[in-house]
Structures are given as C-alpha cells and as structure tokens.
Design a protein around this ligand. Structure first.
Ligand code: GLC
Length: 436
C-alpha cells in the first residue's frame, strides 16, 4: 500500500505495512518502561514472580504518585542522548494503563497524580522532534477475562484456573478497544510494539498464547486501518514485522535465506526493564555504545531502555549513561544515522558501518600504531578521525619501497592507517574513510 518497491526486499516486511525507511535510517531509539511496577522497584515482572494477587497489588495503584515526572525533561534527555524515536509502555503485563482510557478504571487518571501522563509524554517527545512508538502488552494480569496460564500470577491457585468464568473474547474486545483509543486520540503514532507471544509454551494444564489467542490478524488489520503508515514489530506471532531480539546481541540477524530483514535489538542498561533499585548489573556506557555500533554494523536498530523510578525521575545511573552516549553521538552521529552494514570485512576489534562512499571504522580496542584494513588498496581518497576531523595518514603497498624492520609489512590489497600512540579522548574512536 505505502511501501516503495525497494523496501519489499525485506522478507519480514509485507507491502501493506508502513514505509520503514525512517526507521532504517534513524537506527537509535529509547525504550521507556514506566508503570505501577516502577514503584515496586524490583523488575516489572515481580507481580507474577512473587505470585501477587490483584488485591495485594492494589497498594501500588493506591500509592502511585510520580510527582517528579516532567515529560519535557524526559524528552530533553532522550534528544540529547541522540535517539530519534521513543517507545513508551502504554500498558505492561500488570494491566495498568498510562492514559485516560474509557475502558477501565485501572488507569493513571484514577491515581493520585490524576493526569494523562501518556499524553504529556507524547506531546513532549514530539516537541523535540522524536517519533513515537507505543509498547502495548498483549498479556494482561489484571483483566478478569484473561485466561490464566503458566505466566500468570495466579497460576498456582487451582480454583482460579477454571475457564468457566473467563472469556478470552471479552478480553480481546477490550484489547482492541484500547488499541482504538491509543491510535485515535494521540495523533500520528509511528510504531506499535506489541508484547508478546509464547505459543510454544505448554504447562500441561495450560498452553502459551499466540496469534490464535490474540486474534492477531484482526488486531493487525485494526492497527493498519487506524494508522496506515505505522510500523509493527514481530511479537503478534504472525511471522512478520520488525524482528526484536532482546537482551542479547545477535551474532547474525541481517539475513534470512540470504535476504535482508528489518530488525531492532532491545537492551536494558542493567538487566531490568522497569526501575530496579537493588539491581547493580549496570553495563558501562562504553559497553552500551559498543552494542549500538555492533547492531548498526549488522543492519539493525538499537532500542535502549530506561526505567524511570516511582516518582517519575530518571535515576542517576541511567542519566550518566544517557549523557555519555549523547556526548559520543554528538560527535559521531554520522556513523550511525543512515548507516548500514558494509560489505568490507572489518579488522579485528573493530566494526564497520557505511553510508554511501563513507566507511566508518569503529575501534573497540586501541591498538599500537597501525591498523591494516583489507580490500581497500587504491580505494581510499582521504581519512580522518570523526570526532575532530583530524587527518589520519595512511600508506599502501609500494613495490619501490624497501620494507625495513622498522616499518610494518603492507599486504597488496590493504591500506595501513597510522595511529597516534594515545587513544583519542572519546570512548569509541571512529575513523572516517572516504572511498573513491
Ligand atoms: C519482554 C518482557 C518484558 C519487557 C519486554 C521488552 O518479553 O516480558 O517485561 O517489557 O519484553 O522487550
């Protein structure tokens, strides 16, 4: 419908989905997990991990009061970090909704804060020029008609497992109504991030849920009717949409049957999506940057998560990382936006990205004096560090030059870059090679 023919080469991109070019170009997004679980502060799954029933979970609703949530500030952090789009949780598995829904009382406007926070966040992000994605949970542990399965907080309560009192169709109608509200009342939404399907799971007394249970085809149709240009992820269990590997860096996801796919790695800073006070598994800023670069070097997007705390503030550990990434992005955005995998093979400890005839060499581990880049002999016209545009001089094989023991040997097909002894003062130095 909307998709130019060049996009049809992606095997996970049907032609009735929106045009994904902005997404492929932008490469870097911010995931935001925020809900009642932010106040529990021990991972967004604690309701089910601790098998908490609705009554006991209600205290998080009663005391929810993110009084320090300033959407503009979130948006400024996002913008400065260098992301181009944001994916915000409208509802997570706990079932609490972050907007003023007409379909449930379990919503943000019925908490102490009383405001439609989703509206504020969307407005603020748009003002910063960021595109908007909605994460929406297919799973709902609050809805009385959602059939209990092995992931549900009440899974051990055998008396509650009975199907008699639960009607999944009623739940799906509710789910569709939510989607209708979200895609009607909040302007143009660029990306819908459904979560998640688990039809392969089987607990004996219950099976996991997937496309049949969610009535995914209907959901997909509704979404596209309401927002024809929207992008969809792959978690409806329909075997299409943006692939979303989570919490690992795929070794090789760029090609299936030798055809490219559109994909996005989603990653936490510390292993938890929701705010987790006592979790100290923080990845360093350098590690996160390397993950971003590694993803783009394999034609993927990177969706980096933050979990603001119960007062609606982004905690210091996350802020430090967002700032460090933003500082690197300020100087190196050229190697990320609009860049993709290169056909050249990167030297050891390095990653390439490429944008047209500019090749970007990201140096993960600083070597001594030389980097030999293969396959580029006669192809390079100029080289510089990206952060300060200082020339990087290079040498090529020359049959007339005698190679002495004080100089490196140059392969006929290689270019040798001459590096300063000291690593430049940026976390991941990038050399920009202009190709002939
Ligand atoms: C999941 C989890 C979850 C998280 C998400 C992000 O599968 O259930 O808590 O929101 O994926 O990728």
């Amino acid at each position: 419908m909307n998709v130019p023919t060049e996009n049809l080469k992606y095997i996970n991109w049907p032609n009735n989905y929106g045009d994904p070019q902005w997404f492929i170009h932008d490469r870097f997004g911010l995931f935001i997990h925020f809900g009642l679980y932010s106040a529990g502060a021990r991972h967004e799954w604690f309701m089910t991990r601790e098998k908490i029933d609705l009554q006991a979970y209600k205290k998080y609703f009663d005391y929810f009061n993110p009084d320090l949530l300033h959407a503009k500030q979130w948006a400024q952090y996002a913008k400065k970090a260098g992301v181009k789009y944001v994916v915000i949780t409208t509802k997570h598995h706990e079932g609490f909704v972050l907007w003023d829904s007409k379909l449930t009382e379990y919503k943000v406007t019925n908490t102490v804060i009383k405001r439609d926070l989703l509206y504020e966040i969307v407005e603020a992000m748009r003002e910063e020029g960021l595109k908007i994605g909605f994460y929406h949970s297919l799973i709902d542990w609050n809805h009385p008609d959602f059939i209990i399965d092995g992931l549900h907080p009440l899974r051990d309560d055998v008396s509650k497992r009975s199907l008699a009192n639960r009607n999944m169709d009623t739940y799906i109608e509710y789910l569709k109504g939510q989607i209708r509200e979200l895609l009607t009342n909040y302007g143009e939404i660029n990306y819908l991030w459904f979560d998640f399907s688990y039809s392969h799971r089987d607990w004996g007394w219950a099976k996991g849920k997937g496309a049949v249970d969610w009535r995914s085809e209907e959901l997909e149709k509704l979404v596209l009717e309401l927002q024809p240009n929207i992008l969809l992820n792959d978690r409806l269990d329909l075997n299409r949409g943006i692939m979303t590997p989570e919490q690992f860096q795929p070794n090789r996801l760029n090609k299936e049957n030798n055809q490219p796919v559109i994909w996005e790695a989603c990653q936490t800073m510390n292993g938890s999506w929701g705010y987790h006070r006592d979790n100290l598994n923080w990845k360093s800023s350098d590690t996160l940057l390397k993950m971003l670069i590694d993803t783009v070097s394999k034609n993927g997007n990177f969706l980096l998560n933050i979990g603001p705390n119960g007062r609606g503030e982004i905690d210091e550990n996350s802020v430090v990382r967002l700032k460090a990434i933003g500082e690197w992005m300020r100087l190196h955005a050229r190697s990320i936006y609009g860049s993709k995998q290169s056909e050249f093979e990167a030297p050891i400890d390095c990653r390439y990205t490429q944008r047209g005839s500019q090749l970007y060499l990201h140096i993960f581990s600083w070597p001594y004096k030389h980097i030999h880049v293969k396959g580029l002999a006669g192809r390079v016209s100029y080289c510089q560090f990206l952060h300060d545009a200082s020339e990087v001089r290079f040498a090529e094989y020359d049959p007339k030059e005698v190679i002495t023991s004080t100089e490196t040997t140059i392969d006929r097909d290689s270019v040798v870059l001459n590096l300063p002894v000291q690593k430049p003062n940026v976390s991941i130095p990038v050399i920009e090679l202009f190709l002939k």
